[in-house]
Design a protein around this ligand. Structure first.
Ligand code: FES
Length: 226
């Protein structure tokens, strides 16, 4: 863990060259939306961009964003820990977020969550021991008209999910490579009595896996070029 410095300081990029290119393009667009003396306002989309690339927000990445926007790392962390859509721990290569707000709940999302949990052997908030899947109960995905809705890997909406389609969804994801997670402090100790570990903090919709097929409506953060 890096010290949570109270002053912005040069920080190393956490990205590979390819990730850096995508991040830079998105960052430029995000910053351009604000007056030059208000570029710090681009912090939220910048954090989304990091999460889109790395899957979560490692502290060195927060320091990097702070450096770019001249915001002390401790302030970046304050923001990242306030909003639940930012992940402070790695999740699975495939992150399944099942909406459990009112429309989806009325249309049977609890059963979908239960089935996902059974099939994956984890509870919402947990990641499978092999790191392939994580499951989360999320709030309204703005797809209420086709409830129950699921958001996979932050980009792909799966709507009108039925108990019968859950297996197909999981099997399809198993075939997909997903993305390599940014290294993180996530011990995976074998424990015969507990399949998986619970994430300490509330986690939000995923950002790993395949490129966008449907873009989540998260302020200027998730646009990807084809
Ligand atoms: S209640 Fe589930 S998408 Fe709106």
């Amino acid at each position: 863990m890096i010290p949570l410095a109270s002053k912005a300081a040069p920080a190393q990029s956490p990205f590979t060259p390819e990730q850096q290119k995508r991040f830079d393009e998105g960052f430029e667009r995000a910053v351009a939306k604000y007056p030059p003396d208000r570029r710090r306002a681009a912090l939220l989309p910048a954090l989304h961009l990091v999460q889109d690339e790395l899957g979560w927000l490692p502290e060195p990445a927060m320091a990097y964003v702070g450096h770019l926007l001249d915001i002390p790392p401790v302030r970046v962390r304050e923001v990242a820990t306030f909003y639940t859509m930012y992940r402070l721990r790695p999740v699975g290569r495939h992150h399944i977020g099942v909406c459990n707000s009112v429309s989806c709940w009325a249309m049977g999302s609890e059963k979908i969550i239960r089935l996902c949990a059974e099939r994956l052997g984890i509870r919402p908030g947990e990641t499978t021991r092999d790191g392939q899947f994580s499951l989360e109960e999320v709030s309204c995905l703005a797809a209420c008209g086709n409830a129950p809705a699921v958001l996979v890997n932050n980009f792909e909406y799966v709507e009108s999910v039925t108990p019968e389609s859950v297996d197909g969804l999981i099997n399809r994801l198993r075939e997909l490579p997903g993305k390599t997670m940014a290294p993180g402090p996530m011990p995976r100790l074998p424990d015969p009595n507990h399949h998986d570990e619970r994430q300490d903090s509330p986690q939000a919709t995923g950002s790993l896996g395949q490129p966008a097929t449907t873009t989540a409506a998260e302020a200027g953060s998730t646009e990807r070029k084809p």
